[in-house]
Design a protein around this ligand. Structure first.
Ligand SMILES: O=P(O)(O)OC[C@H]1O[C@H](OP(=O)(O)OP(=O)(O)O)[C@H](O)[C@@H]1O
Ligand SMILES: O=c1cc[nH]c(=O)[nH]1
Ligand SMILES: [Mg+2]
Length: 210
């Protein structure tokens, strides 16, 4: 089982994250960096997946070779910023099943508003990796994980790029069974619920909407 909280301190991840944080980084570079970082984070979040063996024949002899056990993974993207992480991870795990939870954060109340939900069948038999670059108050991720549990998911992990201490606490209180993997735990949230120092609004920076 993964630790409750894993901070990925690998130099490549940290270097790319610094470039993403810089306010003058272009939309194109931001998107490219997120794609690259997501490959490295995918490596960490898939650590300790249940394994089994499969009988194969190499050109020399038969062997029992390791393969991931069970049904195909489910990758669940919290729209819309989650798609920035999803794209890279899908390159690494192209056979994964994919689900979407559409949530936006009301800027006044900081509560998530749901507008879409579509997930793979048989979630109860799959490892579900929920992806969203930002864990701020935790309201969005707590709600998304609850929706997935209500639809049968039992084995979940949450992958983000940046987390605030407030969001980690909230997730761990609401869903102590869900390990969190992140590239950084930042200092705090500001009065508008933004992660400080953070990188700004991930969705806007990724899609160039501001
Ligand atoms: O932890 P929280 O306080 O809930 O904040 C984090 C959420 O806010 C951002 O999404 P946003 O609502 O901006 O929507 P977007 O992805 O469509 O830009 C982010 O991608 C998370 O989903
Ligand atoms: O800092 C933050 C907080 C929520 N959503 C973002 O995109 N950035
Ligand atoms: Mg969002």
């Amino acid at each position: 089982m993964l630790d409750h909280l894993t901070v990925v301190s690998h130099p490549l991840v940290q270097h790319k994250l610094t470039l993403m944080r810089e306010k003058d980084t272009s939309t194109a570079s931001f998107r490219q960096l997120l794609r690259e970082i997501s490959l490295l984070l995918a490596y960490e979040v898939t650590r300790e997946l249940p394994m089994t063996t499969k009988r194969i024949e190499t050109p020399l002899e038969p062997m029992d070779a390791p393969v991931i056990e069970g049904k195909k993974l489910a990758l669940i993207s919290i729209l819309r910023a989650g798609n920035g992480l999803l794209d890279g991870i899908l390159e690494l795990i192209p056979a994964a099943r994919v689900g979407f939870v559409g949530l936006y954060r009301d800027p006044e109340t900081l509560q998530p508003v749901q507008y879409y939900f579509k997930v793979p069948t048989q979630l109860e038999d799959r490892v579900c990796i929920v992806v969203d670059p930002m864990l701020a108050t935790g309201n969005s991720s707590v709600a998304a994980v609850q929706l997935l549990k209500d639809n049968g998911a039992k084995n979940l992990r949450f992958l983000c790029l940046l987390a605030a201490p407030e969001g980690i606490r909230r997730m761990q209180e609401a869903h102590p069974d869900v390990p969190i993997v992140t590239a950084s735990v930042d200092s705090h949230l500001n009065d508008h619920g933004y992660i400080v120092p953070g990188l700004g609004d991930a969705g806007d920076r990724m899609f160039g909407t501001k």
